[in-house]
Design a protein around this ligand. Sequence first.
Ligand code: F3S
Length: 125
Amino acid sequence: MSHVVTEACINCKYTECVDACPADCFYEGPNMLVIDPQACVDCGMCVSACPVDAIVPENRVPADQLEFIAFNASMSGTLWPSIVKSKARMPDADHWAKIPQKRHVLTPPSVGPGVDLGSSNDTGR
Ligand code: F3S
């Protein structure tokens, strides 16, 4: 089992999770991080480090977030670069932290092989 970064991370990227991880299993996209399920040691240290509760154990991913299991797997390792040290959050992170449905602003959208994250009409503003 692994841990999974879900929709709450989008446009936030607080990156506290990265410093908490003992296995360097995070990968960074333009506006979201993912976890490499092959590298995750399932310690759970990142869960409490995330201020927006974006990280959950794979067996507790909510029904409306299940697509992110495949998305984490497909984007980590090859498509997105590794991140091993925290950095500044995204400029509007505190605004986006209050918006639950924001997969439509994921960059790039739904590019993982065989992964369809769907969309919503929430503009986030
Ligand atoms: Fe994202 Fe939370 Fe890490 S917002 S970058 S999963 S600390």
